[in-house]
Design a binder for this molecule. Structure first.
Ligand code: SF4
Length: 311
């Protein structure tokens, strides 16, 4: 299913290495590929149904499904706080290059951790695995991730060399990272993108475990996104996964146009697989719920937001 042209109707001008535009797209209801969407599609069709088609459920109210969808988890929240604080750190660098006061910085991080923990419902508490969230434990992990980042060579490089071109930084650009891969709708949201010399760098922060296969696919998505929006040779786009714990490590890859073309073929196949459970592809209406079978791997259910609905 190829989207009709023209697909771009509006642009935002940004300066990335003297290039160019982030393209925006007219809204269409058709589903868009993303690595998280397809991963859930593979993991459990029923979970995928609740997550993306909850409003069509014949049994449970939309309110109930949305309530479960919004549940967070301890690992997710460690990642959320860490990402948001790094964004604040980078935004601050845009305004001031003064030295960070570490004590005040981590006081702020502690307050953010408390704020996030109090504002959200955790699935571990909702499903009675624990009675309450241990904020000290979360804060210790977040502090460890951020300390590793602040002490890394990468952070030093950003604050000494890359900062000279900070007016061109893109820090968590707004929106969902919509793009087109081989004319199909896709979402690849980057954390941080910036030019250095003649290259574009993209960094994605991770507080979870290293997973080379999964993260390589994410990096291919980021390079496809940047190559499309900035019309840049993929060889000149350097994507990096920055693992923040237990110690700072990176996975840096290089791709060329053949990797990107090969990736597009996979994305097309995966998108068509997801189309196959739609009764109306253009409107993104799902087939009957029965087509979305429950996983037989019950270990997955132990980490699922919707387990209450499957009992
Ligand atoms: S509880 Fe298990 S079967 Fe039910 S939606 Fe979640 S992962 Fe799928």
């Amino acid at each position: 299913m190829v989207l009709d042209k023209p697909i771009c109707f509006m642009v935002n001008i940004v300066s990335v290495n003297k290039i160019t535009v982030i393209k925006k797209f007219e809204y269409t209801p058709i589903l868009g590929w993303s690595t998280s969407r397809y991963d859930m599609f593979l993991l459990c069709r029923r979970q995928y149904y609740y997550n993306y088609y909850g409003k069509h459920d014949p049994l449970y109210s939309r309110q109930k499904i949305d309530e479960l969808k919004k549940l967070t988890s301890i690992p997710l929240e460690i990642g959320n706080v860490t990402h948001d604080v790094i964004k604040v750190f980078l935004d601050r660098l845009l305004k001031s290059e003064g030295k960070i006061d570490t004590g005040r910085f981590f006081d702020y991080v502690r307050r953010k951790t408390e704020e996030y923990c109090h504002a959200k419902r955790f699935m571990e508490v909702y499903y009675d695995e624990i009675s309450n969230i241990d904020i000290d434990e979360l804060f210790a992990k977040i502090q460890n991730s951020l300390s590793n980042f602040l002490n890394s060579d990468r952070c030093n490089w950003l604050t000494t060399k890359v900062i000279s071109n900070k007016q061109s930084w893109l820090i968590e650009p707004s929106g969902y990272g919509e793009t087109r891969i081989d004319e199909m709708k896709a979402y690849c949201k980057v954390d941080f993108l910036f030019p250095c010399d003649d290259d574009i760098y993209i960094i994605d922060w991770k507080t979870g475990k290293r997973d080379e296969k999964k993260h390589k696919k994410q990096l291919l998505g980021y390079v496809s996104w940047a190559a499309y929006h900035f019309e840049k040779d993929p060889v000149k786009i350097i994507p990096i996964i920055a693992y923040l714990q237990p110690s700072y490590e990176e996975m840096k890859m290089n791709f060329n146009e053949y990797d990107i073309q090969d990736f597009a073929i996979h994305i097309k196949e995966e998108t068509e697989e997801m189309y196959s459970v739609c009764s109306n592809i253009e409107e993104n209406i799902p087939e009957d719920k029965e087509r979305f079978t429950k996983t037989t791997n019950t270990k997955i259910c132990n980490y699922c937001n919707y387990r209450e609905l499957c009992r």
